[in-house]
Design a protein around this ligand. Structure first.
Ligand code: C5P
Length: 400
């Protein structure tokens, strides 16, 4: 599995297994994760900060303050992380976690966290068997933390038995499985409203103003959200795409005005709204009732502005997580960031017509996601994969 976009904080405590964290970091970074290392002061005796920093591509912290007096904000670390891995987790650190003995940066960060926590104990045979360790692990499980149990084998002391830290690949696999299975159910109980496709603005009974949008991106988002357990309301302009999943209720409309009315029948009850439709900005002021006859060398059609559905969703936002799309040809990021703010969005997905394979009709897309504080760029992928990236991002935001 791809861990791209996942923010993983590893808290290293002082055990001999700390040297194996280098392999874990390398593996997670290779899979696309962003990794931040914190360590307890005693962990510094076992593994070099420099090595951990080079591998994780981030500075490593072990104290509340830097040498130059800068405060290392434990709350920021805690809120940044999508998961925290306590590895290796010594008997001492485990005991502090369970009893709230907050005397170092690692424990302060752990106690400030809202995200899932994985504990990977590593200690000597007798320590692992000690009633206090057993009890502490049980309490940690009751807190809702996940334990990746110690493995059996030769220990640093020369004794043989259970206590060795789980191998880095076991830890990485557990984290990957967690993201896979959790993402498959994360939207249960949520209603997701999606607009898709073009709108057709009638000039007369046979002609219209439209655009090349296929609706593929919106339909892919609807399928993916439904697979993750959401109830999906999909409001689409003319599109050849079909709905497969039974959790999707499809409303087909033609014009921007019809899309507007349908959207606001459902908006109030939605938790997440994603506007991927390419709505026509203007519509003919009047629609001729009969086919317009050919006459003269030119024809003027007066256009009037359509309602901006997404901007209105932004104005009427109460609790919804609101996602817009931007298709730009110049000053892309700047324009997208402008729309994010102007339309009161939580997130905007930028696709550029400049990127080959991105955009309207194809099966692939290349996106950047912007929020008011973050930016993430993705490679060219199928629209199904892009839908996963977008919903992974949304989930991380709404589930925090
Ligand atoms: O302002 P612009 O049209 O570039 O913004 C694009 C975003 O706004 C898309 O998410 C699109 O679905 C939405 N939009 C809308 N109603 C309009 C125009 C755009 O919902 N009339």
């Amino acid at each position: 599995m791809n861990l791209s976009g996942k923010k993983i904080l590893i808290a290293v405590s002082g055990g001999i297994a700390a040297y194996k964290i280098n392999l874990l970091i390398r593996d997670l970074v290779k899979k696309g994760a962003e990794v931040q290392i914190l360590m307890t002061p005693s962990a510094e005796q076992f593994v070099s900060k420099l090595t951990l920093s080079v591998l994780s591509k981030n500075p490593v912290y072990s104290d509340f303050y830097d040498q130059n007096g800068t405060w290392n904000n434990h709350v920021e670390f805690a809120l940044w992380a999508d998961v925290i891995i306590m590895a290796p987790c010594t008997a001492n650190t485990l005991g502090k976690m369970v009893h709230g003995i907050c005397d170092n940066l690692v424990i302060a960060t752990y106690m400030s966290a809202r995200c899932p926590v994985f504990i990977v104990p590593a200690m000597d045979l007798e320590m692992y068997q000690h009633p206090s360790t057993k009890q502490n692990l049980e309490i940690a499980e009751d807190f809702g933390h996940f334990i990746i149990p110690a493995e059996s084998g030769e220990l640093a002391s020369g004794l043989v038995g259970q206590g060795r830290m789980a191998e880095p690949e076991t830890i990485a696999r557990t984290i990957e499985d967690f993201f896979t299975t959790s993402s498959s159910k994360n939207l249960v109980g949520k209603t997701v409203l999606i607009t898709a496709g073009p709108t057709y603005e009638a000039i007369d009974p046979v002609r219209f103003i439209g655009n090349h949008s296929s609706g593929k991106m919106g339909f892919a988002l609807a399928e993916e959200a439904a697979k993750r357990g959401a109830s999906v309301i999909l409001i689409s302009g003319p599109s050849a795409e079909k709905v497969v999943h039974e959790n999707i209720e499809l409303f087909r409309i033609n014009t921007a005005k019809e899309m507007f009315d349908e959207v606001f029948r459902h908006y109030e009850n939605s938790d997440i709204a994603i506007a991927s439709a390419a709505v026509a900005d203007y519509a003919p002021k009047e629609t001729a009732t009969e086919k317009i006859k050919k006459s003269g060398n030119s024809l003027t059609i007066e256009l009037v502005k359509n309602p901006d559905i997404l901007a209105t969703m932004g104005e009427r936002k109460t609790h919804q997580f609101l996602v817009g799309f931007a298709l730009e040809t110049q000053n892309e990021e700047e324009n997208a960031a402008g729309k994010l703010q102007k339309k009161n969005l939580d997130m905007i997905v930028l696709n550029s017509l400049r990127d080959q394979g991105a955009g309207f009709r194809g099966d692939t897309n290349k996106i950047k996601i912007l929020t008011s504080t973050e930016k993430q760029e993705f490679s060219l992928k199928s629209k199904d994969e892009v839908a996963k990236d977008i919903l992974n991002f949304v989930e991380i935001k709404i589930l925090k």
